[in-house]
Structures are given as C-alpha cells and as structure tokens.
Design a protein around this ligand. Structure first.
Ligand code: G3H
Ligand code: 13P
Ligand code: ZN
Length: 309
C-alpha cells in the first residue's frame, strides 16, 4: 500500500459513522507503537507531524520511519502536517512526500484565513495532497504557543459554508470546547455538540476534525503521579463524548497528549522499579508497548475504526 491522502478514508468514515485516529509522532518508538496497534486492529491510520516534531527529529528521518511503517504494516497510512503555520512549511512538506497538510489560519481574521488556505489548497491539490483548515480557535498549548481561555473562540456555524466554498479545503477543524494539552476542563467537561450538529447540517458529507481530543486517561495520570510526577488534576475529554462526535460529522480525532502520558508513565514506572537500568531498549520497549495498547483501546472503544483498513 502506498502512503495515501485522506480523501477516501474520510469518505468511508463519514458514511460509516466512525473516525480515524490522527496520532502525533516524534520518534521511532512512538511510530512503531502506534502502527503496531493499528495493524493489530486492522485500522486506517493518520500519522501527523507538527512543525516542532520536524524540528526535533528532522523531516527526512520521520519520513523514512513512516515509509518503513507503511512497508512493514501494509496499512493505508496518511502522513499529515499538524498545525501548518504558514504556506512555506506546507509547501516544504508536500515537496518532501507528505500526503496531507493542515494550514492553521485559525488565529487570522476570516478573510486572511481564506486567502492563506486557498493558496495552500492550490499548491496541494495540484499534487494530490489533501488540506485541512481551521475555523474557531482552541485554548491550550501547541508548539510553545499558549492560547488562553479568553483568546479561544468557538467556531461560528454561519461562516463554515462560505469558508469551505471559497477555500476548497478537504476537511475542517472546528472549536467546540476541546483544548490542547493535559488540562482541558476545570470542572465538568462540556462540549458544544449544538455547534457540531449545525456545522454538520450546513456541510452535509463534509469531514470535520476534532483537535485537543485526548481523554487524558486517568490510569496514566495516576501512574505518573505515583512515580514522582506532578500532574495534579489533569483532565481530558470523556470517551463517550468522543464516541458521540465520531458518530456525527467528525472523521478525524487528534491525539497527542494521551501518547505523551502513556509513554512517560511507563518510563517513570520502569525507573522506579529498576533504578539500576540504563539500557534505553529496556525502558523504551515498555513505553512502546503501552502506546500500542493505548492505541488499540482508542481504535476499538473510541474511534470505532477497527477492521476498516
Ligand atoms: O496540537 C499540538 C500537538 O500536540 C503537537 O504538539 O507542537 O508540541 O509537537 P507540538
Ligand atoms: P491533545 O493535546 O488533546 O492530544 O490534542 C492533540 C492535537 O490536537 C494535535 O493537533
Ligand atoms: Zn491540534
């Protein structure tokens, strides 16, 4: 199977009432854990790379690792740029083999967001690459930029038809109350399903993307706190809410924090139990297995895309 763009995957997900997991990758063990999980569940998969991940691991290293993942798993894999900050970065990853990009103009005024998104779409579509755009702004931390609760804003459903029509984007990320990072809700979790429903009615058949969708799984928060970490009352999106979103117009669910938490939890546990170890293969293999198990759980119990590869 070659690396693919997201078009067919989203069409099937929309029609089937499930979502595809878009997992952030930064190194070999993270890629392997995710891909092994998807392979065991025969699930379609999006591996996404942020600008920060590219800076950390180098574009070519990540691309070659993802090509190796595709070759050894036989899965349909989309390689996607997460939160593309500008046209140049989108162009650079397209030239370097990515099959899908996000151009994140969510911080820009409406007209400027349309202009930059349209420009990326023109370059991408000529090369069979799909484009995700964003309307509305999530709170939280991404790539060292912290968006406060006050600076975040829900997507305005009355803007989505014009935006999609004028940009030609292939999917749209919307803000309905999720946020990036491990601290999403102070009290009870609240998502604006009314906004998601209205967007779905205005854009029939069109794939919607949910960012900031980690559940901040309590078992890993507990493990990190137990073995010397300080995560306090970190809280994510309840899984039943994600399942509800996946049964609606949401076709792509972004997960990064849950990967970080599972990976870190197992490394902390490993060193607490084996203070004499210093071979990275020992602690990284346990962390990698935790990712695999976590990804399988998401695929089967949250996304509903098991058996859909
Ligand atoms: O939404 C942001 C993702 O979690 C990627 O985070 O920019 O720190 O790689 P990063
Ligand atoms: P989380 O921080 O909830 O994992 O969100 C990740 C994300 O949206 C990546 O774009
Ligand atoms: Zn995001």
């Amino acid at each position: 199977m070659p690396l693919v763009n997201s078009r067919e995957m989203f069409k099937k997900a929309y029609e089937g009432g499930y979502a595809i997991g878009a997992f952030n990758v930064n190194n070999m063990e993270i890629i392997q854990g995710i891909v092994e999980g998807a392979q065991e569940e025969n699930a379609p998969l999006i591996l996404q790379v942020s600008a920060g991940a590219r800076k950390y691991a180098n574009h070519t290293y990540l691309m070659k690792l993802i090509e190796a993942a595709e070759a050894t798993s036989g899965l349909n894999i989309v390689v996607h740029l997460d939160h593309g900050p500008d046209y140049e970065t989108c162009k650079s990853v397209i030239d370097g083999g990515f099959t899908s990009v996000m151009i994140d103009g969510s911080h820009l005024p409406f007209e400027e967001n349309i202009t930059i998104t349209r420009k990326v779409v023109e370059y991408a579509h000529d090369r069979n690459v799909t484009v995700e755009a964003e309307l509305g702004r999530l709170a939280g931390v991404e790539d060292d930029i912290k968006v406060s609760q006050e600076d975040s804003s829900y997507t305005r459903p009355e803007e989505v038809e014009e935006f999609v029509k004028r940009t030609g984007c292939d999917s749209l990320a919307i803000a309905i109350g999720t946020s990036h990072g491990a601290y999403k809700f102070k009290g009870e979790a609240k998502l604006r399903f009314d906004i998601l429903k209205e967007v779905g009615l205005r854009l029939p058949g069109f794939p919607i993307v949910l960012h900031g969708a980690s559940s901040v799984m309590p078992e890993y928060v507990k493990m990190i706190n137990q073995f010397g970490g300080k995560l306090g009352d970190a809280k994510g999106v309840p899984e039943e809410m994600l399942r509800q979103a996946a049964s609606m117009a949401v076709c792509k669910i972004n997960i990064d924090s849950d990967l970080r938490l599972a990976f870190t939890a197992l490394i902390r546990k490993h060193f607490a139990e084996h203070p004499d170890h210093f071979d990275p293969r020992q602690y990284l293999s346990e962390a990698r297995t935790a990712l695999k198990d976590m990804v399988r759980h998401k695929i089967v119990h949250v996304l509903g895309c098991d058996g859909k590869a």
